[in-house]
Each structure stands twice: as C-alpha cells, then as structure tokens.
Design a protein around this ligand. Structure first.
Ligand SMILES: NC(=O)c1ccc[n+]([C@@H]2O[C@H](COP(=O)([O-])OP(=O)(O)OC[C@H]3O[C@@H](n4cnc5c(N)ncnc54)[C@H](OP(=O)(O)O)[C@@H]3O)[C@@H](O)[C@H]2O)c1
Length: 384
C-alpha cells in the first residue's frame, strides 16, 4: 500500500517526494514557498503565500534552503512602500502578477550547486550579501554574488547568523565611523532596547566605552533597565527621566569636561531633541531610524554654539560599498558570539514548515510592528 502510494507520487513531476528531506520532486525540482506581495500596503492585506518549484541547480546556480529569517522594521516599511529600497516586482516565481518576496535578512544552507560554482558546496551556510533578495521563503535559487559564506561553526545558531548583518553591523559601524572614541568615552542612544541598541551597548562594553541608554516609559521600566545593565549599559533612563531638568544635568555631568561625543538616534521628535541636548561641544548625532515617524528638530543655538554634527547612516549602502570590510566585521562579531561575549536579542520564533498556514506567518509579521513588543520576530524553517 505504502509502495503504491509512493509510486503514484513519483509519477507526477510536481508532486513532492515526502520521504525526501529537501521536499524534492522525482525530477529534482525543489518545492518552495514564499511570502510575497504584488502591491504596497499593510502586510496583513498584501502578503500571500505562494508555492512554486525550483529547477535543479545548473551552471552558476545555487539552490539554498532558508534556516532562519527575522522580521525587521525596514521589512515592514518596504512592504508599505515607504522604504527607499524597493525590490522589483517580477514574475520569476510564476505568480499571476509580478511580485516581490518579503524580508531582507536571513541565513541559508546550500543544498545543491551547478557545475560552475567553485566557491560553495552543499552544507555551506551563508547570509545575504545585500538587502533585497527576499528572505521570507523556504528555498531559493541564488548566485554566489548574493551570498556571504559564514564560518563552519555549529556553535553559531541559525538565529545568530540570521540576525547579524543588519542590527549588530549597524551598531558596530556607527560606533566606529563617525567620531574617534577612546576607552572611557561616553555615547548616548535612544531605542536602547532595540536590536541595534542592544548591540551598541555590548560593543561599548567590549571596547571600553560608556553608554547612556534611553528607553520609552513603560510599566516594567525597572525590569528592562536591569536587563540592559546586564548587557553592559552604564546608565539606563526613560524618556521622561531624560526630559527632567535635574536628571538631564546629572546625565550630562557623567561625561565630564569632554562631554558625550556621540549620539545614536532611531526615534525622532522630542526624544531626539532631548538626546541632542546631552551631546558635548562638537558632538556627533547619527540617525539610523525614525520609529516615532516624527522629524528631528535641532534647537538653533545647539547647532551653532555647540558645533553639533548631524549624520545619517544606512547599513545597506555601507555593505554594498565595503564587501570585504563587511566580511571581516561579520567574522569579528561571530567571534564575540561564540566566545559568549555578545548576547542575542530576545526573539520570538515562528516555525515555518511546508504545511504552515499563511495566517500563522502573517501574525508573526503583525507582531513585529507592535509597540512594546519586546522581542524580534524570527521565522525558523523546518522540513517536518
Ligand atoms: N539605517 C540602518 O542601516 C538601520 C539598520 C538597522 C535598523 N535600522 C532602524 O533602526 C530602528 C530599530 O531597528 P531594530 O531592528 O533594532 O528594532 P527592533 O529590535 O525591532 O526594536 C524596535 C525598537 O523601536 C522602538 N519603538 C517602536 N515604536 C516606537 C515609537 N513609536 N517611538 C519610539 N520608539 C519606538 C521599540 O521600543 P519599545 O520597546 O518602546 O516599543 C524598540 O526599541 C528601526 O527604525 C530600523 O528601521 C536602521
């Protein structure tokens, strides 16, 4: 009976072989699913789950299976159509309308390579070299140029690999590239409990820097303060504490005569103006996000008399311009992770198997946009 069932499954090229770990049809086609969108809007309205087949890897093609992919704020903005990088809508996956695949960050395992792929072999793990590949999918056909191989170290978990290239790399660059910081120097940041913020706290600790960390007011602020202090935060204050005149002066005094040299901003609005007031003469503010969707207002006197410098940073552009430096940075950060010196951002996993319903996946995307959500949402791919 079982044999008859298998024989009937193998007769159809589209039918997946259920015994295969790779969910591969008898003709070598990998059965894949992807969360796609063909118009901009709220993810719950525009995302759909598309099934398709991937032909056996040929020439310079690499078939990969995804192991884990996070859901970042920029991914949501991209689907809403308000993010500057917009992957092109195409019919490459055989959708009735041109579409793009959601997600930008993730880790894959190579499952097959074409004859003209010298630098990857089955079993290698890699992260995306650039944004825009589309990572909310079970499998994909890629080229070497899309992938950055990661160390063959099983101590690096799929979640750690999947979340390394956006948040930790952004924090790393912002602390290194805008103003020289010496051991003992102070920086201040808002959104301190975000993925980027937690990374900045930890690099600060590793590199001998001191940090003031601003979080939004909330009922469990003390609990969150302790959590960030355990990562290495020197001071954690809420937005309303920082706005308080006395507390503001106390925080300012921490950096002594030198003053705070660097501010990292992912919020905007009043929270950013209060952060700017903390910077010392000649201080630098690096803006990398705008979670409150409010513009940045710089008091004119601060701008002129304190000689403040304002910058923007976008890790996507930096990564495209500095591929070799990126590889070295990623390896350095993996070193911190495997030596236990760098802790992961708290995550909530959503397991994605070949039979997971689209609603389950869309709920995970919706959770990532919730205020005070506390955890990064991550898809973990399993083959059942
Ligand atoms: N420019 C770049 O290259 C780059 C790279 C990475 C990330 N980013 C940006 O950096 C920001 C953080 O990203 P992430 O992945 O680290 O975030 P995340 O881990 O998902 O955390 C989101 C953070 O945003 C805060 N937040 C949410 N809504 C807010 C609001 N209305 N006002 C103030 N804060 C709010 C959250 O605080 P609560 O806990 O209080 O909700 C939390 O700290 C995003 O804007 C993202 O697009 C930019």
């Amino acid at each position: 009976m079982k044999r008859a069932l298998l024989a009937s499954l193998r007769r159809s090229p589209a039918a997946p072989c259920l015994l295969s770990k790779r969910y591969v049809s008898a003709f070598g086609y990998t059965q894949a699913k992807a969360l796609v969108y063909s118009r901009y809007g709220q993810p719950k309205d525009v995302l759909s789950l598309h099934s398709h087949s991937i032909a056996p890897a040929y020439n310079d093609e690499i078939t990969v299976k995804f192991l884990a992919s996070p859901i970042n704020p920029a991914d949501i903005n991209q689907i809403e159509g308000v993010y500057p990088s917009k992957p092109p809508f195409t019919t490459a996956l055989g959708t009735p309308e041109p579409c793009a695949v959601g997600g930008n960050e993730g880790v894959v395992e190579v499952v097959a390579v074409g004859a003209k792929v010298p630098d990857f072999k089955p079993g290698d793990r890699a992260i995306m070299r650039s944004v825009g590949f589309g990572t909310w999918r079970t499998h994909a056909s890629a080229k070497s140029s899309h992938l950055l191989k990661i160390p063959d170290d099983k101590a690096i978990t799929p979640i750690q690999a999947a979340t390394i290239s956006v948040n930790p790399c952004t924090a790393y660059r912002m602390l290194k590239d805008f103003t020289p910081l010496e051991r003992g120097d102070w920086f201040i940041q808002n959104g301190a409990n975000s993925g980027v913020g937690r990374s900045a706290i930890q690099f600060g600790r590793l590199w001998g820097l001191k940090s003031v960390n601003v979080i939004r007011d909330r009922d469990n602020a003390d609990e969150l303060k302790k959590e960030l202090e355990a990562l290495g935060a020197d001071v954690v204050v809420t937005e309303s504490e920082l706005a308080d005149r006395d507390r503001m002066q106390e925080v300012k005094r921490l950096a002594g005569k030198k003053g705070m040299k660097l501010g990292l901003n992912c919020v905007g609005g009043k929270a950013t103006t209060d952060l700017l007031r903390q910077l010392g003469h000649g201080g630098h503010l690096v803006t990398y996000g705008g979670m409150s969707r409010q513009p940045i207002t710089v008091p004119t006197s601060l701008f002129i008399f304190k000689d403040l410098h304002l910058h923007g940073f976008w890790v996507s552009v930096w990564s495209d311009k500095h591929p070799e430096e990126k590889q070295a940075m990623v390896e350095e950060i993996f070193g911190y992770i495997t030596s236990g010196e760098f802790k992961d951002t708290p995550v909530q996993e959503t397991v994605w198997t070949p039979t997971t319903k689209v609603d389950v996946l869309k709920e995970a995307v919706a959770r990532s946009g919730q205020a005070f959500g506390g955890k990064k949402q991550v898809f973990i791919f399993k083959e059942e």
